[in-house]
Design a protein around this ligand. Structure first.
Ligand code: EPZ
Length: 437
């Protein structure tokens, strides 16, 4: 049965929450465990839908997964891996199965992976993945609703990605760990979650280094062994709650927020008038009695302003004085969610031009990828439906800010990626009821 959140708005978020492991690292690290027969142990694992989906996919392949949601530990026993074919029923759920291509190729010489899912925030093709595998010597093609990969043994090569794609970098990195010879991935993604994956792979026995200028070098080894790894904290969860604290003119200590991985975000937060205090075990964010200011910013690959920080930042900017501009350069269609915010009283207009920054690869392609936000605008409660994960969190913050009651449906999106989100909002004073539809 589908569930809804009913939010009574008007709270200033105050108190303390603890960040857990990063959604966009843990699921990839579960996949990495397929490379080494035996039990790999992950710690700081968040209690989110995507971990559950990934667990189910891996179990369907014969793995034994034990997840203690309370303790945040997950053991992945891949010694009983029995098939390289991901069942079609897992198509469309998330974007993780395609990352199994490399590990399954190493263990079986072939892999069959059904069509991908994930949030509808752009076309999200997989051409970089397929071309990368072809360069590594695999036969990689899409037919009959699935991606088919075949290779007796992968061979190291030099790959230059057309764009620093997170998923393609992770996929090719895992595939390269046991390829014959050395693989160089140029123009690669270098997000902290990818570095965390590289750390796990190194602990498993891989030889992997980050060179200057977005290049990963991976020297193939014959085999990998299981490891024990603590997943890095979720910088998207941290930034989402930080923006919420400031937007609601509250005061929240985010235990586990890591300054190193929030560098760009913290600068934008300060430019927008929010403040923070860095402590040894986290960061306190506050907006009480502060004048929020408009900004012009653009999202980009690491170390830029993350595309996944954009949505909570937009909510904050609806409360800032003046006209803000956000230019989204990672996904061509990541402003679909603003229409519902406008119904709540926000004043946001989207444009296909590259506003507020340099021209990006979406220029003149008619994608609505720039937004202008006028503020401050009071928000009112409404009935809204979540279109994707990060938009979902921003709707929750908008609902907390709004006058009156907001009913939010499609909450499975939020729960796919945010650990115990209702519990955390309630701990900060928000009034949220969960009802069955
Ligand atoms: C990852 O998606 C994250 N998902 C996204 O988070 C995140 O927004 C994104 O990286 C950017 O940081 C996961 O880690 C599960 P990409 P991914 O490949 O790997 C284009 C969330 O809410 N591209 O870096 O799928 C693509 O269309 C999610 O947690 C190609 O053209 O992103 C996009 O425009 C949303 N061809 C750009 O590159 C390809 O073969 C970046 O995509 C691959 C990508």
């Amino acid at each position: 049965m589908a569930r809804k959140y009913i939010v009574e708005g008007g709270s200033n978020l105050e108190g303390e929450i603890t960040i857990r492991g990063a959604k966009n690292a843990v699921t990839k690290e579960m996949v990495a465990s397929l490379l080494a027969p035996g039990v790999t142990r992950l710690r700081n694992v968040p209690d989110i839908g995507d971990v559950d989906i990934t667990r189910r996919v891996m179990e369907s392949l014969g793995c034994k997964i034990t997840h203690d949601a309370e303790a945040g530990t997950l053991e992945s026993d891949t010694s009983s891996l029995a098939t390289p074919e991901v069942p079609a029923e897992y198509s469309g759920l998330n974007r993780i199965p395609i990352l199994m291509a490399g590990p399954l190729l190493h263990r079986f010489g072939r892999a069959v992976i059904p069509m991908m899912g994930g949030c509808g925030i752009g076309e999200r093709p997989l051409d970089f993945h397929l071309q990368g595998f072809q360069s590594l010597g695999a036969k990689a093609e899409y037919r009959d609703g699935a991606y088919h990969f075949n290779a007796d043994k992968l061979t190291g090569t030099r790959i230059t990605l057309p764009f620093p794609s997170v998923g393609a970098t992770e996929n090719l990195m895992m595939a390269a760990t046991m390829a014959r010879g050395t693989t160089e991935i140029r123009n690669a993604a270098i997000e902290p979650e990818i570095v965390d994956l590289a750390l796990l792979l190194q602990a498993m026995g891989a030889i992997i280094s980050q060179e200057t200028d977005r290049t990963w070098m991976i020297q193939g080894v014959d085999s990998l062994r299981p490891a024990d790894h603590r997943v890095l904290n979720d910088r998207i969860e941290a930034a989402s709650f930080a923006a919420s604290a400031v937007a609601t003119r509250g005061d929240v200590f985010i235990r586990g927020a890591d300054q190193l991985h929030l560098l760009a975000f913290l600068n934008w937060m300060r430019r927008a008038g929010g403040e923070f205090e860095v402590r040894p075990d986290g960061i306190r964010f506050y907006g009480r009695d502060r004048k929020l200011k408009s900004i012009a910013a653009e999202t980009g690959v690491h170390p830029g302003l993350m595309t996944d920080w954009q949505q909570p930042l937009v909510i904050l900017l609806t409360q800032a004085e003046g006209m803000s501009v956000i230019h989204e350069t990672v996904y061509e269609n990541r402003f679909g969610y603003v229409e519902a915010l406008n119904r709540m009283g926000a004043k946001i207009q989207v444009f296909s031009e590259c506003l507020g920054g340099r021209d990006c690869r979406f220029r003149q392609l008619n994608h609505q990828h720039s937004a202008v936000i006028w503020g401050p605008t009071p928000l009112q409660g409404a009935e809204i439906e979540i279109p994707d994960l990060r938009a979902g969190f921003s709707y929750l913050v908008a609902a907390v800010l709004a006058k009156g009651r907001t009913s939010i449906s499609g909450v499975r999106y939020i729960e796919r990626g945010y650990d115990r989100v209702v519990e955390k909002f309630r701990a900060l004073g928000a009034s949220i009821q969960v009802v069955e539809e």
